[in-house]
Design a protein around this ligand. Structure first.
Ligand SMILES: NC(=O)c1ccc[n+]([C@@H]2O[C@H](COP(=O)([O-])OP(=O)(O)OC[C@H]3O[C@@H](n4cnc5c(N)ncnc54)[C@H](O)[C@@H]3O)[C@@H](O)[C@H]2O)c1
Ligand SMILES: [Zn+2]
Ligand SMILES: [Zn+2]
Length: 361
């Protein structure tokens, strides 16, 4: 029996989001229905609403969520009803060329539910990142459910489902930050702050936070930054070099997604160092660098999708570290809100007032 629940949809390009009745089918083979307990508001939800990701309106928004599995379809053995899970957008296939080479965190054929959720008139919905969790319940592929210790609160756990994992993973997976490294993070929103927290966790000796907003720099310090640079007032490349003995940082993480900040990251890194691009650029952006500098400075220039995470490996580990008091995921939750306050949360995000607003259900 399909069921009807409340969910937040983006009806069309730049139209305000609204609450609608969503029809959630019973889980088919390999699928699960999850009762959502909390879902963070991510920049990507706003991109969907603005039509920046695709034109497949209406979208069922929300993708940074945790909840309890309500029912599972045939053949599902990894999760069971009652299990506390974080939803992920990397349910790996095990068969693509990345998976077969033992690099499932790059999986090129990730799973989502096969059936569609709809409006009551039958209109098919496109769930954001194959999740759609600004809803009382959602339908996903069972592999999108990652079990974690139920001792953690849902509003904190859900954050690992997207932005916070992207930032932590940019540091510890993609950037391979290690004990004693110097790290600079350009852009200290939720993703950049998570890269700072990840760098601290990995034992970085120096963590330099760069932003154009002093409020963001204050938060960055509480997340583990040892130094801060306001790049509106100070040349960040000079400042980072000065703070690292004149050389530049071992790893520079770009968490804005703009050519000028990428260029800063490129030149603020030590010879043979690593640049990690985790900020998402827009289609018209171009980057120009002297090829001789790309060659002569050596090292590696990497991009990080979802923090190169493997949810089954990384989510339980990070939740355990949080429960031990070694990773303060709670610090990312600026406010908790209701389902009907998502539009307002987008405005606050735009003003730079929040790291994360989290819808609790
Ligand atoms: N790679 C991934 O898998 C992934 C996942 C989630 C989000 N993201 C992307 O990461 C980026 C950051 O996301 P967020 O949620 O932290 O966004 P956010 O808007 O909360 O933070 C961006 C920060 O950058 C700062 N900033 C803006 N322009 C700057 C400049 N010129 N120099 C220095 N700082 C500047 C802002 O003040 C803000 O603090 C976005 O592009 C987002 O789309 C990537
Ligand atoms: Zn695969
Ligand atoms: Zn997201």
């Amino acid at each position: 029996m399909a069921q009807e629940v409340r969910g937040v949809i983006a009806p069309g390009k730049d139209e305000p989001v609204r609450i609608e009745t969503i029809v959630v089918p019973d889980p088919g083979p390999g699928e699960a229905v999850v009762r959502i307990q909390a879902c963070g508001v991510c920049h990507t939800d706003l991109h969907y609403k603005q039509g920046g990701i695709s034109d497949d309106f209406p979208f069922l928004l929300g993708h940074e969520a945790a909840g309890v599995v309500e029912s599972v379809g045939d053949g599902v053995t990894d999760v069971e009803p009652g299990g506390f899970v974080i939803l992920n957008w990397r349910a790996v296939c095990g068969k693509c060329r990345a998976c077969l080479r033992g690099r499932p965190w790059y999986c090129f054929d990730t799973h989502n539910a096969k059936q569609k959720m709809t409006l009551t008139d039958g209109t098919e919905l496109s769930p954001a990142l194959g999740i759609g969790a600004f809803a009382e319940k959602t339908l996903v592929a069972a592999g999108q459910c990652t079990k974690v210790d139920p001792a953690v609160s849902a509003q904190v756990a859900g954050l690992l489902g997207c932005g916070v994992m992207a930032g932590i993973g940019a540091a510890i997976n993609t950037g391979n930050v290690g004990r004693g490294d110097s790290v600079a993070v350009i852009g200290c929103g939720g993703v950049g702050d998570a890269a700072i927290a990840g760098s601290r966790l990995a034992g970085a000796a120096k963590i330099i936070a760069v932003d154009i907003d002093d409020r963001k720099l204050r938060t960055a310090r509480s997340m583990g930054a040892t130094h801060t640079v306001n790049s509106r007032e100070t040349d960040p490349v000079e400042a980072i070099r000065e703070l690292t003995g004149g050389f530049g940082a071992d790893v520079v993480i770009e968490a804005v997604g703009r050519p000028e900040t990428y260029q800063q990251a490129f030149y603020a890194r030590d010879l043979a160092g690593t640049v990690v691009l985790v900020g998402v650029p827009t289609p018209e952006m171009k980057l120009e660098l002297p090829l001789l500098d790309v060659f002569g400075r050596g090292g590696s220039l990497k991009s990080s999708w979802y923090g190169d995470c493997l949810p089954s490996r990384d989510f339980p580990m990070l939740i355990d570290l949080h429960l031990q008091g070694r990773l303060d995921l709670g610090a990312f939750v600026t406010e908790t809100i209701q389902l009907d306050e998502v539009e307002k949360a987008f405005e606050r995000m735009h003003q730079g007032d929040v790291l994360r607003s989290v819808v609790v259900l």
